[in-house]
Design a protein around this ligand. Structure first.
Ligand code: ZN
Length: 305
Protein backbone atom coordinates (compact mmCIF):
# COMPACT_ATOMS: atom_id res chain seq x y z
CA UNK A 1 0.00 0.00 0.00
CA UNK A 2 2.95 2.36 0.56
CA UNK A 3 3.45 2.67 -3.18
CA UNK A 4 0.09 4.43 -3.54
CA UNK A 5 0.30 8.13 -4.28
CA UNK A 6 -0.73 10.58 -1.59
CA UNK A 7 -2.36 13.90 -2.42
CA UNK A 8 -1.02 16.88 -0.49
CA UNK A 9 -3.27 19.88 0.15
CA UNK A 10 -1.27 23.05 0.80
CA UNK A 11 -2.87 25.18 3.53
CA UNK A 12 -0.16 27.78 4.20
CA UNK A 13 -1.94 30.75 2.56
CA UNK A 14 -4.93 30.23 4.90
CA UNK A 15 -4.28 28.10 8.01
CA UNK A 16 -0.58 28.95 7.82
CA UNK A 17 -1.06 32.70 7.92
CA UNK A 18 -4.40 33.29 9.64
CA UNK A 19 -2.94 33.44 13.13
CA UNK A 20 0.12 35.53 12.25
CA UNK A 21 0.19 38.97 13.88
CA UNK A 22 2.33 40.50 11.13
CA UNK A 23 0.09 41.32 8.16
CA UNK A 24 1.33 39.56 5.04
CA UNK A 25 0.71 41.54 1.87
CA UNK A 26 -1.58 40.26 -0.87
CA UNK A 27 1.44 40.21 -3.19
CA UNK A 28 3.39 37.99 -0.80
CA UNK A 29 0.40 35.64 -0.39
CA UNK A 30 0.22 35.32 -4.17
CA UNK A 31 3.98 34.76 -4.34
CA UNK A 32 3.59 31.98 -1.74
CA UNK A 33 0.83 30.40 -3.83
CA UNK A 34 2.96 30.60 -6.99
CA UNK A 35 5.90 29.00 -5.18
CA UNK A 36 3.70 26.18 -3.91
CA UNK A 37 2.37 25.55 -7.43
CA UNK A 38 5.92 25.61 -8.81
CA UNK A 39 6.81 22.88 -6.30
CA UNK A 40 4.01 20.72 -7.70
CA UNK A 41 1.06 21.60 -5.44
CA UNK A 42 -2.21 21.06 -7.31
CA UNK A 43 -4.70 21.67 -4.50
CA UNK A 44 -4.35 24.69 -2.25
CA UNK A 45 -6.38 26.58 0.35
CA UNK A 46 -5.95 30.18 -0.75
CA UNK A 47 -8.08 32.15 1.73
CA UNK A 48 -10.95 32.05 4.17
CA UNK A 49 -14.06 34.13 3.67
CA UNK A 50 -14.78 35.10 7.25
CA UNK A 51 -15.43 38.32 9.15
CA UNK A 52 -12.28 40.44 8.65
CA UNK A 53 -12.66 41.82 12.18
CA UNK A 54 -12.38 38.27 13.54
CA UNK A 55 -9.49 37.24 11.27
CA UNK A 56 -7.78 40.40 9.95
CA UNK A 57 -5.11 38.42 8.08
CA UNK A 58 -7.83 37.08 5.73
CA UNK A 59 -9.39 40.47 4.96
CA UNK A 60 -7.91 40.45 1.44
CA UNK A 61 -9.49 37.13 0.40
CA UNK A 62 -11.13 38.67 -2.68
CA UNK A 63 -7.91 40.40 -3.72
CA UNK A 64 -5.97 37.15 -3.38
CA UNK A 65 -8.54 35.40 -5.57
CA UNK A 66 -8.34 38.17 -8.18
CA UNK A 67 -4.60 37.60 -8.43
CA UNK A 68 -4.64 33.81 -8.69
CA UNK A 69 -2.94 32.40 -11.78
CA UNK A 70 -5.23 30.91 -14.43
CA UNK A 71 -4.57 27.21 -13.99
CA UNK A 72 -6.98 24.56 -15.18
CA UNK A 73 -4.97 21.87 -13.40
CA UNK A 74 -5.17 23.40 -9.90
CA UNK A 75 -8.00 23.24 -7.36
CA UNK A 76 -8.28 26.47 -5.40
CA UNK A 77 -10.05 26.06 -2.05
CA UNK A 78 -11.81 28.78 -0.07
CA UNK A 79 -12.69 28.14 3.56
CA UNK A 80 -16.15 29.34 4.58
CA UNK A 81 -18.17 29.14 7.79
CA UNK A 82 -21.62 30.14 6.59
CA UNK A 83 -23.79 31.02 3.58
CA UNK A 84 -22.47 34.58 3.52
CA UNK A 85 -18.91 33.34 3.25
CA UNK A 86 -19.94 30.85 0.57
CA UNK A 87 -21.58 33.66 -1.41
CA UNK A 88 -18.40 35.74 -1.19
CA UNK A 89 -16.18 32.82 -2.24
CA UNK A 90 -18.41 31.87 -5.17
CA UNK A 91 -18.69 35.51 -6.28
CA UNK A 92 -14.93 35.64 -6.89
CA UNK A 93 -15.38 33.13 -9.69
CA UNK A 94 -11.96 31.67 -8.78
CA UNK A 95 -12.78 29.24 -5.99
CA UNK A 96 -13.14 25.67 -7.25
CA UNK A 97 -13.94 24.10 -3.93
CA UNK A 98 -15.68 25.35 -0.80
CA UNK A 99 -14.28 24.04 2.46
CA UNK A 100 -16.84 24.02 5.27
CA UNK A 101 -16.04 23.48 8.94
CA UNK A 102 -18.07 21.52 11.48
CA UNK A 103 -16.82 21.47 15.05
CA UNK A 104 -17.04 18.41 17.29
CA UNK A 105 -17.87 20.26 20.52
CA UNK A 106 -20.36 23.00 21.36
CA UNK A 107 -17.89 25.20 23.25
CA UNK A 108 -15.35 25.31 20.42
CA UNK A 109 -18.10 25.64 17.79
CA UNK A 110 -19.35 28.71 19.67
CA UNK A 111 -15.85 30.22 19.91
CA UNK A 112 -14.94 29.42 16.31
CA UNK A 113 -18.12 30.23 14.46
CA UNK A 114 -20.86 31.25 16.93
CA UNK A 115 -23.02 28.16 16.65
CA UNK A 116 -23.51 24.78 18.30
CA UNK A 117 -21.86 21.64 17.01
CA UNK A 118 -25.14 20.50 15.47
CA UNK A 119 -25.62 23.99 14.05
CA UNK A 120 -22.23 23.66 12.37
CA UNK A 121 -23.39 20.44 10.70
CA UNK A 122 -26.44 22.27 9.32
CA UNK A 123 -24.26 25.16 8.13
CA UNK A 124 -21.81 22.80 6.42
CA UNK A 125 -24.67 20.96 4.72
CA UNK A 126 -25.94 24.26 3.36
CA UNK A 127 -22.47 25.26 2.14
CA UNK A 128 -21.95 21.90 0.38
CA UNK A 129 -25.33 22.33 -1.32
CA UNK A 130 -24.47 25.88 -2.37
CA UNK A 131 -21.22 24.66 -3.91
CA UNK A 132 -23.04 21.94 -5.84
CA UNK A 133 -25.71 24.37 -7.08
CA UNK A 134 -22.96 26.68 -8.32
CA UNK A 135 -21.27 23.82 -10.19
CA UNK A 136 -18.38 23.73 -7.71
CA UNK A 137 -17.19 21.16 -5.20
CA UNK A 138 -17.92 21.14 -1.48
CA UNK A 139 -15.97 19.40 1.26
CA UNK A 140 -16.08 19.61 5.03
CA UNK A 141 -13.59 19.40 7.89
CA UNK A 142 -14.55 18.14 11.35
CA UNK A 143 -12.53 20.41 13.63
CA UNK A 144 -11.37 19.34 17.09
CA UNK A 145 -12.01 15.74 16.04
CA UNK A 146 -9.25 14.44 18.34
CA UNK A 147 -9.64 16.84 21.25
CA UNK A 148 -11.11 20.22 22.19
CA UNK A 149 -9.25 23.19 23.66
CA UNK A 150 -12.20 23.83 25.99
CA UNK A 151 -13.94 20.49 26.61
CA UNK A 152 -10.95 18.13 26.49
CA UNK A 153 -11.46 14.60 25.22
CA UNK A 154 -13.79 14.14 22.23
CA UNK A 155 -15.57 10.80 21.94
CA UNK A 156 -15.05 8.76 18.76
CA UNK A 157 -18.81 8.17 18.74
CA UNK A 158 -19.48 11.90 18.43
CA UNK A 159 -17.08 12.29 15.50
CA UNK A 160 -18.46 9.18 13.79
CA UNK A 161 -22.04 10.44 14.18
CA UNK A 162 -21.01 13.80 12.71
CA UNK A 163 -19.27 12.13 9.79
CA UNK A 164 -22.39 10.10 9.08
CA UNK A 165 -24.61 13.20 9.21
CA UNK A 166 -22.21 15.17 6.99
CA UNK A 167 -21.88 12.31 4.50
CA UNK A 168 -25.62 12.64 3.85
CA UNK A 169 -24.84 16.02 2.22
CA UNK A 170 -22.55 14.19 -0.25
CA UNK A 171 -19.40 16.28 0.15
CA UNK A 172 -16.48 15.31 -2.09
CA UNK A 173 -14.47 14.54 1.05
CA UNK A 174 -14.63 14.68 4.84
CA UNK A 175 -11.55 15.70 6.80
CA UNK A 176 -10.67 14.91 10.38
CA UNK A 177 -8.74 17.78 11.93
CA UNK A 178 -6.56 17.73 15.02
CA UNK A 179 -7.00 21.48 15.42
CA UNK A 180 -4.95 21.74 18.63
CA UNK A 181 -2.38 18.99 18.04
CA UNK A 182 -3.35 16.49 20.74
CA UNK A 183 -3.82 13.35 18.62
CA UNK A 184 -1.59 10.30 18.82
CA UNK A 185 -1.06 7.60 16.17
CA UNK A 186 -3.21 5.03 17.97
CA UNK A 187 -6.14 7.43 18.17
CA UNK A 188 -5.64 8.45 14.52
CA UNK A 189 -5.53 4.85 13.36
CA UNK A 190 -8.74 4.02 15.23
CA UNK A 191 -10.76 7.08 14.21
CA UNK A 192 -9.61 7.32 10.58
CA UNK A 193 -10.32 3.60 10.13
CA UNK A 194 -13.79 3.89 11.63
CA UNK A 195 -14.83 7.04 9.76
CA UNK A 196 -13.38 5.80 6.49
CA UNK A 197 -15.45 2.64 6.68
CA UNK A 198 -18.53 4.60 7.64
CA UNK A 199 -18.47 7.20 4.84
CA UNK A 200 -17.01 5.13 1.96
CA UNK A 201 -16.80 5.80 -0.94
CA UNK A 202 -16.40 9.40 0.27
CA UNK A 203 -12.67 9.73 1.04
CA UNK A 204 -11.12 10.89 4.32
CA UNK A 205 -8.62 13.76 4.42
CA UNK A 206 -6.55 14.48 7.54
CA UNK A 207 -5.30 17.74 9.04
CA UNK A 208 -2.71 17.68 11.81
CA UNK A 209 -1.04 20.32 13.92
CA UNK A 210 2.35 19.57 15.39
CA UNK A 211 1.74 21.30 18.72
CA UNK A 212 3.14 18.41 20.75
CA UNK A 213 5.45 16.81 18.19
CA UNK A 214 3.11 13.99 17.14
CA UNK A 215 2.26 15.44 13.71
CA UNK A 216 4.38 13.24 11.44
CA UNK A 217 3.58 10.07 13.37
CA UNK A 218 -0.10 10.92 12.99
CA UNK A 219 0.31 11.44 9.24
CA UNK A 220 1.86 8.01 8.90
CA UNK A 221 -0.84 6.37 11.03
CA UNK A 222 -3.55 8.06 8.94
CA UNK A 223 -2.05 6.76 5.70
CA UNK A 224 -1.82 3.27 7.12
CA UNK A 225 -5.48 3.57 8.11
CA UNK A 226 -6.42 4.47 4.54
CA UNK A 227 -6.36 8.27 4.32
CA UNK A 228 -5.00 9.38 0.93
CA UNK A 229 -5.08 13.17 1.27
CA UNK A 230 -2.97 15.14 3.74
CA UNK A 231 -3.16 18.82 4.66
CA UNK A 232 0.16 20.51 5.34
CA UNK A 233 1.66 24.00 5.46
CA UNK A 234 5.00 25.11 4.01
CA UNK A 235 7.38 25.80 6.88
CA UNK A 236 4.93 24.40 9.43
CA UNK A 237 3.25 27.76 9.94
CA UNK A 238 -0.25 27.73 11.30
CA UNK A 239 -2.63 28.08 14.16
CA UNK A 240 -6.19 28.91 15.03
CA UNK A 241 -7.17 32.33 16.42
CA UNK A 242 -9.97 30.69 18.43
CA UNK A 243 -8.05 27.74 19.87
CA UNK A 244 -5.74 28.71 22.74
CA UNK A 245 -2.24 27.28 22.33
CA UNK A 246 -2.72 25.90 18.82
CA UNK A 247 0.63 25.70 17.02
CA UNK A 248 1.64 25.09 13.42
CA UNK A 249 0.42 22.59 10.89
CA UNK A 250 2.66 19.70 9.94
CA UNK A 251 5.27 21.18 7.57
CA UNK A 252 4.69 20.25 3.93
CA UNK A 253 8.38 19.67 3.28
CA UNK A 254 8.73 17.46 6.39
CA UNK A 255 5.76 15.31 5.33
CA UNK A 256 7.04 15.10 1.77
CA UNK A 257 10.55 14.22 2.95
CA UNK A 258 9.19 11.42 5.14
CA UNK A 259 6.84 10.02 2.50
CA UNK A 260 9.19 10.23 -0.49
CA UNK A 261 12.01 8.59 1.51
CA UNK A 262 9.50 5.85 2.39
CA UNK A 263 8.66 5.31 -1.27
CA UNK A 264 5.29 7.09 -1.20
CA UNK A 265 4.75 9.40 -4.16
CA UNK A 266 3.49 12.92 -3.31
CA UNK A 267 4.19 14.48 -6.73
CA UNK A 268 5.83 17.41 -4.92
CA UNK A 269 9.34 18.67 -5.47
CA UNK A 270 11.30 18.80 -2.23
CA UNK A 271 13.88 21.32 -3.40
CA UNK A 272 11.08 23.67 -4.50
CA UNK A 273 9.46 23.31 -1.07
CA UNK A 274 12.77 24.03 0.66
CA UNK A 275 13.27 27.22 -1.31
CA UNK A 276 9.64 28.22 -0.57
CA UNK A 277 10.35 27.66 3.13
CA UNK A 278 13.47 29.84 3.02
CA UNK A 279 11.64 32.57 1.12
CA UNK A 280 8.71 32.48 3.57
CA UNK A 281 11.07 32.63 6.56
CA UNK A 282 12.41 35.91 5.16
CA UNK A 283 8.90 37.27 4.69
CA UNK A 284 7.97 36.32 8.27
CA UNK A 285 11.30 37.53 9.64
CA UNK A 286 12.02 34.35 11.56
CA UNK A 287 13.00 30.73 11.21
CA UNK A 288 9.95 28.54 10.58
CA UNK A 289 9.12 25.41 12.62
CA UNK A 290 9.62 22.92 9.73
CA UNK A 291 12.77 20.86 10.21
CA UNK A 292 13.71 19.26 6.87
CA UNK A 293 14.46 22.61 5.21
CA UNK A 294 16.97 23.45 7.96
CA UNK A 295 18.87 20.17 7.76
CA UNK A 296 21.76 19.32 5.42
CA UNK A 297 20.60 17.86 2.09
CA UNK A 298 20.13 14.11 2.14
CA UNK A 299 20.84 12.31 -0.08
CA UNK A 300 23.60 14.67 -1.21
CA UNK A 301 22.42 15.21 -4.78
CA UNK A 302 19.27 16.91 -3.45
CA UNK A 303 20.18 20.58 -3.61
CA UNK A 304 18.08 23.62 -3.12
CA UNK A 305 16.45 24.72 -6.35
ZN1 ZN B 1 -5.59 23.81 11.18
Amino acid sequence: MYTNAIEMVEVSPRDGLQNEKVMVSTADKLALIRRALAAGVRRIEVASFVNPRAVPQMADAEAVCAGLPQRGDVTFIGLVMNARGADRALATGRIDQLGAVSVATDTFAMANQGQTSDGSIEAATRIINMARTAGRLGQVTIAAAFGCPFEGEVADDRVAAMAEALAAAAPVEIALADTIGVANPHHVSRLVGRVREMIAPIPVRVHFHNTRGTGLANVWAAIEAGARTIDASIGGLGGCPFAPGAAGNVATEDVVYMLERAGVDTRLDLSGLFSANHWLAEVMGRQLPGMAARAPAFPKQLQEG
